[in-house]
Structures are given as structure tokens and as C-alpha cells.
Write a protein that binds this ligand. Structure first.
Ligand code: MG
Length: 290
């Protein structure tokens, strides 16, 4: 169940290269937030409102515990996980397919795809030669850390590998759920309007990078791209904003790949430093008497 909209997440399917299994969300809170009623927080809703807040806290605490487990597992394996967030149709899968094509065999990568239904996106990813697991969330409107933990079982990645997690297309609920990722990338297509960052601030506020997609369309649109960027900066003044398009030979893809390369290099440098420090203490132990 989602803390933002009260949707269900009890009928999840995870499909990898080894077939599919239905996943009953035994790790989730099975309580309900009375989806048919309105809860006006702080307006005297009394015990209902209190109970809603308690359930929200419980769900997020459980999710955070699973996220911490995922993060520890990914860190131990030296894997860089990216949570890709956007509304439906912003171009997440198209950008991913193009990114994986360019990275080719040079950078090990894997993908977890989140959608309510269909394995279309995982199939598009697999066509690039990259392993992909599809999570179908049924009525759920976001991925959570418990589902991602199960998907990780299907995707062995070497140290320094990039794990892209494409969240369910939704500008609201995915923002509330930590998946154990290292970085969050929020995509907004230039067709969506300048004021989306102000209307849906959470998903922009938690981003480490914002990608403005489909910029090849700008000459055909009335959108004020400077206002769009100002609105992003009002919500999140620190995240860099890159303009990208996969059309007309690719716009801004070098900057996006450079950003990816930087976070991967940081991770590999960290692993190397830890290995050197371990080697040093082993040598010191070897030299100690007797
Ligand atoms: Mg997609």
C-alpha cells in the first residue's frame, strides 16, 4: 500500500531471465488507509488521522529497513544503483536503451523495470544485450525496496557495474520510497510544462540529477525552458540539470554519460582504496613478529 495515494501492492509479479513468479507482499503492511474516505490532516480528523500517520510511518519504516539491506548488498558488491523517476512517457526507457547501446560491453550494466503491467520495457532492454528483470506492480504505483530486493536475486553484477532501476511512471508516489539506490535521477520531458516541478516538488527535491528530455522538440513547443529550469532550481538548487534527447543524433548524451562515468569512477576509486588499505594491514600483519 502506498502512503501517498493508498493504492494496493499485493499482486506483484517479478519476471527475470529464469521465468516469472508471483510475489505476495508478505513483507508489507496489510493495513488499509480507508481509500474511499478523505483525511484532512490537522483539520480535526481525530483518531483516523492519527491512525493514518501511524500506518504511514510503519510502511516507510519497513521500506527503509529493506532499502538499508539493499544498499548494504549493493555497496558490498561495488554496484552503483540509480533510481530513475519520471511521469509516464517522459522517455525513461528510450534514454536507457540508447545509454546501454552506447555503453555496450565496456561497462557492465543491468536493469530493473517497474510498470503496473506488461514486460514490454524489460524486453526492449534485453534487446540491447543487457540483463533485465520486470516488476509488475499490479495496482501499485511505485516500486518499493522489498520488491527490488527480490529482483536483485536475479541480477548478478560485477563490481563497478551500473544498476538502473526504472521506477513506475508517476511523479508522486515513487518519491517517498527509498529503494537502496546510490543516486536518484528525475526526468522531465519538455512537453510536460514549466510548472511540474512546482506542482510535484518531492520528486524533484530528492533528485541528484534532473534530465530535461525530448529537447529536440523545443522548436515546435511554446514551453519556456528557462522558466522550467528556474522552477527546478527553486525546488532543488543543487541538482545539476542536463538537456538530453535521443533523436537527431543524440543531444546532451555525452554530458549524461560523463556524469554516469564520474559516479562509477568514484565508486571504483573507493573500492580500490579499501582494497589497498586491506592489503596494507595484511602486509603489516605479515611483518609483525613472530
Ligand atoms: Mg518505461
Amino acid at each position: 500500500m502506498c502512503v501517498s495515494c493508498g493504492c494496493g501492492s499485493h499482486d506483484v509479479t517479478i519476471s527475470g531471465a529464469h521465468g516469472e513468479h508471483r510475489h505476495h507482499a508478505h513483507g508489507h503492511d496489510h493495513s488499509h488507509v480507508h481509500g474511499d474516505e478523505h483525511h484532512h490532516h490537522g483539520e480535526g480528523a481525530g483518531t483516523d488521522a492519527t491512525r493514518t500517520v501511524e500506518i504511514e510511518r510503519g510502511i516507510l519504516a519497513k521500506n527503509d529497513a529493506y532499502a538499508a539491506r539493499n544498499r548494504a548488498r549493493l555497496n558490498a558488491g561495488g554496484i552503483v544503483a540509480l533510481n530513475l523517476l519520471a511521469g509516464p512517457g517522459a522517455g525513461k526507457t528510450t534514454l536507457l536503451v540508447e545509454t546501454l547501446r552506447i555503453l555496450g560491453a565496456r561497462v557492465p550494466a543491468a536493469v530493473i523495470e517497474g510498470d503496473q503491467q506488461t514486460a514490454n520495457d524489460a524486453e526492449r532492454i534485453r534487446a540491447t544485450g543487457t540483463p533485465a528483470v520486470q516488476i509488475n506492480t499490479g495496482k501499485g504505483c511505485h516500486l518499493d525496496a522489498h520488491m527490488v530486493g527480490h529482483a536483485l536475486d536475479e541480477l548478478p553484477l560485477p563490481p563497478g557495474g551500473l544498476l538502473f532501476i526504472e521506477n513506475v511512471g508517476n511523479l508522486v508516489c515513487p518519491a517517498a520510497f527509498d529503494l537502496g539506490e546510490e543516486v536518484r535521477v528525475t526526468l522531465l520531458s519538455v512537453t510536460e510544462g514549466e510548472d511540474k516541478p512546482l506542482k510535484y516538488p518531492d520528486i524533484f527535491q530528492s533528485a541528484d540529477l534532473v534530465l530535461l528530455t525530448k529537447t529536440d522538440l523545443l522548436p515546435h513547443l511554446d514551453v519556456d525552458i528557462d522558466a522550467m529550469e528556474r522552477n527546478i532550481a527553486r525546488i532543488n538548487p543543487v541538482a545539476p540539470v542536463l538537456h538530453v534527447s535521443t533523436k537527431t543524433g543524440g543531444i546532451g548524451l555525452a554530458a549524461w554519460l560523463g556524469w554516469l562515468g564520474d559516479i562509477r569512477r568514484r565508486r571504483l576509486d573507493g573500492l580500490a582504496a579499501a582494497a589497498e588499505s586491506r592489503a596494507k594491514s595484511l602486509r603489516a600483519a605479515a611483518e609483525a613478529l613472530p
